[in-house]
Design a protein around this ligand. Structure first.
Ligand code: UDP
Ligand code: GLC
Ligand code: MN
Length: 351
């Protein structure tokens, strides 16, 4: 199957780490297809050397940026203008069909059956299900399509400032035209689904085939103790409060398969230095993975309900006592630690 490929993108070394975990997970589940990564000049030579070990092709591309700060502000992700770079994937015409996957996705089983789908197949976006999410999609490389997309990108731009808005406008009949182009949500299971439809998540979360760590906080923003399998941040160990199984899976692959290669190529193992994000973001992200892990263990299901029905703690990190209470499972869920309060704090933080 040398004319079909999984394709991802990294414009910098951090996303390169994500891509390495994704590539390793595809290899672990014995894909028979080629693995291709598009990299920007900003990706270091050392990182490229490691990527070469996992991917069949590492292709240098120029960065395409929307520079659309107004729309990017609406999704609170100013850094996502560079996702226009994804459009280069249509230029890979040596392949007849490809599956693009964000560098923050992880496959949990073999998903080669996706190559039976046609362009443009994708899963619904949890925020607006009549739009598809562009973290996972099936497409056919074509210079004609590539040129049209580049033209749209400069002339019309994107309604969210990133590739997803642009591609949804371009493949505008996705919602209604052909149900075969709607991938089941389990091929792109993203964090927001936990909160938007918890019962469905409990019912179907264990069937996930691809996890998408969608959102500002990525797995590589945490640190991990491989001996205790604890996910840590800012010196706090959250494993006694939540059970971040998918985050652990990501870190397991990272520490066992990726880190040794990075070290060999002289890339720093410090994965915790990506910014001073607040506790709120951490807990929010962990609550997602925690939910998934609970749901994969039937005996823990009722515990999952009780955990996930509650909100993460309000991000008043200055109050040591309040943090301790949360860690002991005694947060004030009906009061200061209510979901609304956390949402407000998150919004304020993200703004
Ligand atoms: N990406 C990248 N560099 C960046 C931002 C994004 O290479 O600075 C690529 C990467 O493949 C990433 C994808 O674009 O997975 C989409 O961005 P992200 O996953 O952060 O968006 P989200 O899924 O969280 O909305
Ligand atoms: C979405 C997608 C991501 C895309 C971004 C910007 O959140 O998950 O792949 O890059 O929107 O459009
Ligand atoms: Mn993503």
């Amino acid at each position: 199957m040398s004319d079909q490929a999984f394709v991802t993108l990294a414009t910098n070394d951090l996303y390169g780490k994500g891509a390495l975990v994704l590539g390793t997970s595809l290899r672990n589940h014995k894909t028979t297809r080629q693995l291709v990564i598009l990299v920007a000049p900003q990706v270091s030579n050392n990182m490229r050397a490691v990527l070469e070990r996992i991917f069949d092709e590492v292709i240098l591309v120029d960065v395409l940026e929307s520079k659309d700060s107004a729309h990017l502000a609406m999704i609170k992700r100013p850094e996502l203008g560079v996702t226009f770079t994804k459009l280069h994937c249509w230029a890979l015409t040596r392949y007849s069909k490809c599956i693009f996957m964000d560098a923050d996705t992880l496959v949990l089983c073999n998903i080669d059956e996706l190559f039976e789908r046609e362009e443009l197949s994708a899963a619904p976006d949890p925020g607006w299900p009549d739009c598809f999410n562009t973290g996972v999609f099936v497409y056919r490389p074509s210079i004609a399509t590539y040129n049209e997309l580049l033209q749209v990108s400069t002339e019309e731009g994107s309604f969210d400032g990133g590739d997803q808005g642009l591609l949804n406008s371009f493949f505008s009949n996705w919602a209604t035209a052909d149900i075969n182009k709607h991938l089941p949500f389990i091929y792109n299971l993203s964090s927001i689904s936990v909160y938007s439809y918890l019962p469905a998540f409990k019912q179907y979360g264990a069937d996930a085939k691809v996890v998408h760590f969608l959102g500002k906080v990525k797995p590589w923003n945490y640190s991990y103790d491989p001996t205790t399998k604890c996910v840590m941040r800012d010196g706090h160990d959250y494993s006694s409060v939540v059970h971040p199984e998918f985050l652990n899976m990501w870190w397991d692959i990272f520490t066992t398969s990726v880190l040794p290669m990075l070290t060999e190529h002289g890339i720093s193992k410090d994965t915790t230095s990506s910014g001073n994000q607040e506790l709120s973001c951490l807990v929010y992200a962990l609550a997602f993975t925690c939910g998934l892990s609970f749901c994969r263990k039937e005996e823990k299901l009722s515990e999952a309900v009780s955990q996930l029905s509650f909100a993460p703690p309000a991000p008043v990190v200055s109050s040591e006592e309040r943090r301790q209470k949360w860690e002991q499972g005694q947060a004030d869920f009906m009061g200061v630690d209510s979901f609304q309060n956390i949402q407000k704090k998150l919004d304020a933080y993200l703004n």
